[in-house]
Write a protein that binds this ligand. Structure first.
Ligand code: NAP
Length: 340
């Protein structure tokens, strides 16, 4: 494995923390670029990691931040914007990526890894989120110079302790005895965050991953209702889950657009109108020598109420091990250490 100097944008987020830990462990020089160094000082426990404040929308600032780097990883992403016209999504996904690619070209950066999402499509994406993710991909494909080798990753929903999706449902289920669920038949193939980080780490070293878009999925497809039912069971809850017809779900989303923090939005509803699952023929985790980890082997441990693993859960003993491993190191898991 060749040692690289890697700048990571969005490395302070849920997936980013696992990616940073993996890159540090692999012996690379890693610089996490953040809009607020103060908020993410806890990351300095990673040995040798440099945490650099940088405004990624300022070309000069970004140019300076990338001095001495040969590799850039872009994990920046938002699930909701302040307004509702898509401008926030276009800025954080399409425009930001275009700027990063331009600075990479200028700086003679050799390698660029980019995190997108399944069903990203600039022309036909179902939501502002998916269209803007598609715009970002198009900028990379069209504007990366000949010297900049890029790889794009499109995950389904990503799970792991501290994730945004499964843990959000867990919180909702704590307070709501009845859960009205939009798009209960939307399909997902949840992928373990450690597998995502490992796939990115493996791609760095493989010339054949240049110019490839990988689709990252877990081993099993679930409907949203199945997923929420499992989350409830693993977190010791027995709510009534009611699938909403689309008309009512749209109204629910339209109301939530105005709730601070937007726990659900019209744009989220639109993203749910397409299935977040991988195409059979697309290159994925296995093409990068990563064996997909089942949700059942990991999630029960971090969803179980404290000091209790739900009895009879598949993989409950593996879950205990996963729980203690991920408590001690945010970037590691049993599967991670087996594979490295
Ligand atoms: N989590 C999933 O299930 C999932 C599924 C599919 C795709 N993805 C994609 O994977 C990537 C990482 O996801 P994640 O869940 O780790 O996200 P996250 O936890 O929300 O972290 C994203 C990071 O991006 C930076 N950021 C946020 N808003 C920004 C903005 N407006 N402008 C510039 N930087 C901003 C933040 O870093 P600073 O505040 O330090 O600057 C933040 O730590 C995203 O591109 C996301 O779309 C995630």
């Amino acid at each position: 494995m060749s040692k690289r100097t890697i700048a990571v944008l969005g490395g302070t987020g849920f997936i980013g923390r696992h990616v940073l830990a993996r890159l540090v462990r692999d012996g690379h020089d890693v610089i996490a670029l953040t809009r607020s160094r103060e908020r993410h000082r806890d990351l300095l426990v990673l040995p040798g990691l440099r945490l650099l404040e940088c405004d990624p929308y300022d070309a000069l600032d970004l140019h300076q931040a990338l001095e001495g780097c040969d590799t850039v990883i872009n994990l920046v992403g938002i699930l909701n914007e302040k307004g509702r016209d898509g401008a926030g999504f276009r800025a954080a996904h399409g425009e930001l990526t275009r700027r990063v690619v331009a600075v990479c070209n200028d700086r003679g950066i050799e390698r660029f890894l980019h995190m997108s999402a399944l069903r990203a499509d600039a022309a036909n994406g179902a939501s502002h989120y998916l269209r803007s993710k598609g715009e970002a991909e198009d900028h990379i494909r069209q504007e990366a110079g000949a010297g900049l080798l890029w790889t794009i990753f499109r995950p389904s929903v990503v799970f792991g302790r501290g994730d945004g999706f499964i843990e959000r449902f867990r919180s909702l289920l704590r307070t709501l005895p009845v859960l009205p669920l939009a798009r209960p038949n939307a399909r997902f193939a949840p992928v373990f965050v450690t597998d995502v980080a490992t796939a990115m780490a493996h791609a760095l070293d493989r010339a054949e991953s240049a110019g490839v878009t990988y689709q990252l999925c877990g081993p099993r497809v679930y409907s949203l209702k199945e997923l929420v039912t499992l989350i409830a069971r693993w977190s010791g809850r027995r709510p009534k889950i009611i699938g909403l017809p689309d008309g009512l779900a749209r109204m629910q989303a339209a109301m939530m657009d105005y709730v601070p923090g937007k726990p659900f939005s019209t744009d989220n509803f639109r993203s749910l109108t397409v299935h977040s699952i991988c195409e059979k023929e697309a290159p994925g985790l296995r093409a990068l020598d990563v064996q997909p980890t089942p949700l059942e082997a990991i999630a029960p441990a971090y969803l179980a109420p404290p000091h209790r693993v739900v009895p009879g859960t598949p993989g409950a003993s593996a879950s205990n091990r996963a729980s203690s491993a991920s408590r001690s190191d945010p970037g590691s898991s049993p599967s991670d250490s087996q594979r490295s």
